[in-house]
Design a protein around this ligand. Structure first.
Ligand SMILES: [Zn+2]
Length: 204
């Protein structure tokens, strides 16, 4: 990357700055935080390690005024701490401020587990809401649920949920998809609703 100049002067730190430092026995790669060399931005560093993850170090010094001595002053703040998940001994790289990506101080593996668990929780809530609306539809006499996906050229794909007393024809659902502006009108699913009592019994 070409070096920026500030009022005609080249910065004391190269934008291609890279260094490998040893922290807690781990070889950690350090480089400038992307974009910190833009005029008016403060010097920032990103440290990363394949297992211990990444951490950020921030300085109050503006990049255009910073010198290698500022970097030397920041590096000792890098630490490696144990993952805070009970029983896990995996290393976790820590810098200034909030840890990147893991507010709980988890290692990469437990961070991922945490994300998966959170996603499962959201899915469970969605499933519950779906079951509730199915129950309401069933009580009102509907026996089929159709999910019609709407694929548009712009924006995210969306879907519509429709309830029917009698099983809808494919032709009807294609028409619904086309009217909603879908370019793939064959993407739908029909499911027979189960009686409310039956579903309740199956729920844990
Ligand atoms: Zn862990």
């Amino acid at each position: 990357m070409s070096e920026p100049t500030f009022s005609g002067k080249q910065s004391a730190i190269s934008v291609n700055f890279r260094r490998t430092v040893t922290v807690g026995g781990l070889k950690v790669r350090v480089e400038l935080e992307p974009g910190c060399w833009v005029t008016g931005s403060r010097l920032g560093l990103i440290a990363s390690h394949r297992i211990a993850g990444s951490a950020r170090l921030v300085s109050r010094r503006l990049f255009e005024k910073a010198t290698p001595a500022d970097i030397d002053a920041m590096l000792p703040r890098l630490r490696v701490v144990k993952c805070r998940f009970k029983g896990c001994k995996a290393p976790n790289l820590v810098g200034d401020g909030r840890p990147r990506g893991s507010e709980k101080g988890y290692c990469a593996r437990h961070r991922l587990k945490d994300i998966v668990a959170a996603a499962a929780q959201v899915q469970a809530k969605l499933d519950e809401a779906k079951a509730r609306s199915d129950d309401a539809a069933y009580r009102r006499g509907f026996r089929y649920r159709a999910t019609v996906w709407v694929h548009r050229d712009t924006g995210d794909d969306m879907y519509s949920i429709l309830w029917f007393v009698k099983k809808p024809t494919a032709e009807l659902l294609r028409k619904v998809a086309k009217q909603s502006g879908s370019r793939l009108p064959n993407d739908f699913q029909i499911e027979r609703l189960r009686p409310v009592a039956h579903r309740k019994r199956n729920r844990r």
